[in-house]
Design a protein around this ligand. Structure first.
Ligand SMILES: Cc1ncc(COP(=O)(O)O)c(C=O)c1O
Length: 319
């Protein structure tokens, strides 16, 4: 007899089997995209039989800050979010890398497009998750014809559910035109970020990235790379406006993000990045190696960035 394993989610204050984690089609968050969410990675270690959540507290803290943008009153505090995520990962017992998507959303069944006075709920699901983009040899990107959202329309500072239509437009345009992903300009014509990643450029041994007021999400991975470059590798980092043409003559270029992790870029708008060999540049490679050691729990100095979730014997409840 085959044992069927139940996958669990968290909704309306309880753990529920994933197929029962459903919401009404009248839900405000579904009608108008009124939610804020996070993407968190869990890295599985076979040796330690543990999933390491990478910078989970920083992700939940960002979500709670973003909640203010949409007047979402969270039923859980940060510790409650960490505790329920830990339990979900233990119940789901993937024993491989995982992706966690927690969300605060307007759960009221309310027709007018207001945000004041509409109820909030918190939900979370997890899934086994490998690579988002193939980082082995560098990807091909284009500059999108779509512009990033602006702070005075729908701020890119928030990871707002409805705002991801903008990410979908730019990434699908890129795919349909034969590229792996897109770089998006802000309303003012300067570089903002990728469809759902931050961008870094290396020129004359300096690591350069757009500033937090250039129409970007202030990525947790971006912050990690800045800190590692400065503190561990002694690389000069400069956050400043970047013009499109600078991408064409830089030495190295890469994306960072929770889902994407670190992805080197081999070409932009058909112009080869750097030396043209297609190899990952030396600064990018050092940062990538360091990041991968840290997230997998192999760098003791950065253990404070990891939340260990030990696998439980017999977890993965059967139905
Ligand atoms: C629009 C956007 N920019 C940047 C990022 C990278 O942010 P983080 O490193 O916090 O995942 C993401 C992913 O969450 C994103 O959706």
């Amino acid at each position: 007899m085959t044992m069927q394993t139940t996958e669990w989610a968290y909704l309306r204050g309880e753990f529920v089997p994933l197929p029962e984690a459903t919401i009404s089609i009248k839900t405000h968050g579904f009608l108008y995209g009124t939610s804020v969410f996070e993407g968190i990675r869990g890295y599985w270690s076979d040796d330690k039989e543990t999933t390491y959540l990478f910078r989970a507290r920083e992700h939940f803290e960002r979500m709670l800050r973003n909640a203010k943008l949409l007047m979402l009153d969270s039923p859980l505090d940060l510790e409650g979010m960490v505790a329920t995520t830990t339990e979900l990962i233990q119940r789901n017992n993937y024993r491989k890398d995982a992706y966690i998507q927690p969300r605060l959303y307007k759960s009221g069944q309310f027709i007018p497009p207001y945000i004041d006075g509409v109820e909030t709920d918190y939900c979370c699901y997890t899934q086994a998750f490998g690579k988002y983009l193939d980082a082995s040899k560098g990807i091909k990107v284009c500059v999108s014809s779509w512009r990033r959202l602006s702070d005075n329309s729908l701020t890119p500072r928030g990871k707002i559910g409805g705002a991801y239509v903008n990410s979908c437009l730019s990434s699908s345009e890129a795919h349909l035109n034969g590229f792996d992903d897109a770089i998006v300009l802000g309303e003012d014509g300067y570089i903002a970020e990728g469809s759902a990643m931050n961008l870094f450029m290396v020129k004359h041994n300096t690591l350069i990235t757009p500033t937090t007021t250039d129409g970007i999400l202030e990525g947790i991975t971006r912050g990690t790379f800045i800190e590692l470059a400065q503190q561990e590798l002694g690389i000069e980092v400069c956050a400043r406006r970047i013009q499109r043409s600078e991408l064409y003559d830089c030495d190295e270029l890469f994306f960072t993000g929770t889902a994407a992790q670190m992805v080197p870029i081999a070409s932009v708008d058909h112009r080869t990045v750097g030396s043209g060999t297609g190899d990952v540049g030396p600064i990018s490679q050092k940062l990538k190696d360091l990041y991968e050691r840290i997230v997998k729990g192999n760098h003791p100095a950065y253990e404070h960035w990891l939340t260990p979730v030990p696998a439980l014997a017999g977890a993965g409840t059967s139905s």
